[in-house]
Design a protein around this ligand. Sequence first.
Ligand code: P6P
Length: 346
Amino acid sequence: MSINQENTLAQPVGITLERYIMRAQAEFPFATGELSQLLRDLALAGKIVHRDVNRAGLADITGGLGTQNVQGEQQKRLDMEAHIRFVRALKNGREACAILSEEEAEIIHIDNDSGNYVVAMDPLDGSSNIDVNVSIGTLFSIYRRVTPVGTKATAADFLQGGRRQVAAGYILYGSSTMFVYTTGHGVMGFTYEQSLGEFFLSHPDIRIPQDGRIFSCNEGYWFDYPESIRTFLMDCKRKEYSGRYIGSLVADYHRNLFNGGIYLYPPTSKNPRGKLRLLYECYPLAMLIEQAGGQAVVSANEPILDVAPTELHQRTPIFIGSTEMVRTLFSAESVLASASELEATS
Ligand code: P6P
């Protein structure tokens, strides 16, 4: 058990996020407090988005804007609200020098070229669920910049690769709002107490079960899925596993993180490179899942964190969750079974 995990486990549940960050920082004598401030900035914006999400129906901020994001997807009012809140919080916090957001094609420079960090994020994922009151989430990934301080950040600062993340996390706006993050020393979960306006440590050192009985995928694409994926899913059904798919990545991921399971987004004819974005959806979730004892891969031998980034908004297939389920998905049995199934039907 790492020192931090001992320390984390020793941390009293109920400590505020603010105090936890200060104590965690104290463990690293060379920590300058910049990363701590960044996490505070993200948590602050998360509190504001929590409020926006919870009053969306009353404040007429649901619905579409009639505009599209860089992915060609319809933008919802709350998408842009959240985008503005996070950009503003990071700008005011003055630790980040640039942001990559799903909502804008280009890198956002926030007049702070002396900042040492960049943040890649999906301010509000699952927007198709906003109007029907289903849980949605924010995803973020933090890197130390590689370009000289004082200059404008470039794509190189964001295209460092998943294993160069210094922190990653998400905020889930569900039946409760949770801030879940890692700095590479375990995964911590904080639950928001609205009456006090604070996140409190509720889940120190989150670990995903090694195996699970939940599979999460959009079976509407069944006839698009590669044969080996269909073979795996058929096997899950024969074992009477549960199919659970909310269609909101952070909500599906969070449930599997606690209960065990696997989330699959394979290539489809509609999205031949997969649908989910590498830099601000798959990398952060992959860092978290590895820290929690799970796996995130794009194929049998390629962890998501080792996928080389080439474009800011690049997409990737993803298979992520309990280690045993990911192993089974790419086990020889699945592949052989699909080969024999292919033979049988040819
Ligand atoms: P599909 C939402 O748009 C999202 O990015 C994720 O939150 C979700 O898991 C996925 O796409 C749903 O995609 O193709 O199943 O509707």
